[in-house]
Design a protein around this ligand. Structure first.
Ligand SMILES: Cc1ncc(COP(=O)(O)O)c(C=O)c1O
Length: 436
């Protein structure tokens, strides 16, 4: 609730950096349906996942521990950009003439420009520790690929990135970033994997999707005993690593005697939203009133229009089958600018919480989110990523709702990344050429 004026930025010192991630698994209101083997359809055991992930991460996937210590080497790298600032969006509030207070957690200050290094660094660490030589991965807009490229460089691992073709063409500079950090980047679908060849045989002009790129990266990891696969979202351990966002934000809000009425994040696979919201959900499970809203594109409306059912994590049916909100693993979303939100499914934990009515979801079309991003850039200054613009749009809508009702709610959203390499979308919007 609104109280005394707050600083424009609330900072934490390096010594206040969280030393443990929050594991929501033991606190969930009902049991998470187990992931199934893509071939046998039986529940997956650790040995099934071992060709893909190091044991340290497999353990985190099912850990009953309420907190998991962040290894010292991971903390040392986090210190390059963490703790990240919490901002009060005074200028946006004034422009909207809202009685609401709007706060945002700025994850764009990482070297890669988004929240993705929070898990990339942890994943590279556990792989390195277990003797893995190289990683394979997929990337949409290139935010994840660049984060993992950075992490692999810092832990001296090789990296091969399958970048969704439409993004590869739209975002040449993200590819350059990955190459600066030493990664090998190819546009997906490629003709170097069975999964890629099968897609190209049906549609030689396929724009690609995260589902297809995942199939390619998984296939390559399976073939190489010294390689493992790394996923930038969806999985429990990824959401776990991202909880540093919400833990810090909760602490920063507490420093100014505030607590959010509403917590907002954009959702591709669900990792930044989960990371921001889960520490607040812990309070909600204990009876605190807080509303969490997941925001997705109408072009890929998994939570708002998808079905809650078991589905494959990838197009080629090689990745585990998990229970989640899904549009079907063959769904190829139209090539919107928010490439990182073009995934057919969602994190199983997040899906469960939405299914149980504990979290809400909304969807917006592309022009509406760019309009919101323009308002944000012209008030707060920051040019956000098209993915992040979904969260901005929702925060603005909630603030305008407060203006109508006269309520002075505290709205907190996660600014998951900057858009300085996504200016093509802004250019199209300004020229009036953008379509939904
Ligand atoms: C800046 C940014 N925000 C959000 C996302 C969506 O991913 P997730 O839902 O895992 O946070 C991405 C994905 O690439 C991204 O780059």
């Amino acid at each position: 609730m609104a109280g005394k004026e707050t600083p424009t930025r609330v900072m934490l010192t390096e010594t206040e950096l969280p030393t443990a991630w929050y594991n929501i698994l033991p606190d969930l209101p009902s049991e998470l349906p187990p992931p199934l083997h893509p071939m046998t359809k039986e529940p997956l055991g650790p040995e099934d996942l071992a060709p893909l992930f190091p044991m340290g991460l497999i353990e985190q996937e099912v850990s009953p521990q309420p907190q998991i210590d962040i290894p010292g080497e991971v903390l040392d790298i986090y210190k390059l950009y963490r703790p990240t600032p919490l901002h009060r969006a005074y200028r946006l509030e004034a422009a909207l003439e809202t009685p609401a207070r709007i706060f945002y957690k700025n994850e764009s200050v990482s070297p890669a420009g988004s929240h993705k290094p929070n898990t990339a660094i942890a994943q590279a660490y556990y792989n390195k520790k277990e003797g893995v030589k190289r990683l394979t991965t997929e990337t949409g807009a290139g935010q994840w690929g660049s984060a993992l490229a950075l992490a692999c460089k810092l832990f001296d691992l090789e990296l091969k990135v399958y970048m969704v073709k439409v993004s590869f063409e739209q975002k040449p500079y993200r590819r350059a970033m990955m190459e600066v950090w030493g990664a090998d980047v190819v546009p997906s679908p490629t003709d170097t994997t069975d999964a890629g060849r099968a897609v190209l045989a049906e549609d030689p002009n396929c724009p690609g999707s995260l589902g297809i790129a995942i199939s390619e990266a998984v296939e390559m990891a399976f073939q190489d005993p010294e390689a493992r696969y790394s996923l930038g979202s969806v999985l429990n351990h990824v959401c776990l690593h991202q909880t540093v966002i919400g833990i810090e934000a909760r602490e920063q809000m507490a420093k100014i005697d505030a607590y959010p009425d509403i917590v907002i994040g954009c959702v591709g696979g669900g990792s930044n939203f989960s990371g921001m919201a889960f520490p607040f959900m812990k309070d909600k499970f204990a009876g605190k009133e807080v509303r969490a809203i997941a925001v997705e594109p109408t072009a890929c409306p998994t939570l708002t229009k998808g079905k809650y059912e078991y589905d494959y994590g990838d197009q080629a049916e090689m990745a585990p089958i998990v229970k989640m909100y899904t549009l079907g693993h063959k769904f190829v979303p139209s090539p919107i600018h928010a490439g990182g939100l073009r995934y057919h499914g969602d994190a199983p934990i997040l899906s469960l919480l939405v299914k149980e009515g504990l979290m809400d979801a909304v969807a917006y079309p592309q022009t509406a989110i760019f309009e919101a991003a323009m308002t944000f850039a012209r008030t707060e200054g920051m040019i956000v990523a098209p993915e992040t613009a979904h969260a901005v749009k929702c925060a603005i809508d909630e603030a305008l709702r407060c203006k109508e009702s006269g309520e002075s709610k505290d709205i907190l959203f996660n600014l998951s990344g900057h858009g300085l390499l996504d200016l093509k979308g802004y250019e199209e919007y300004i020229a009036g050429n953008m379509t939904d």
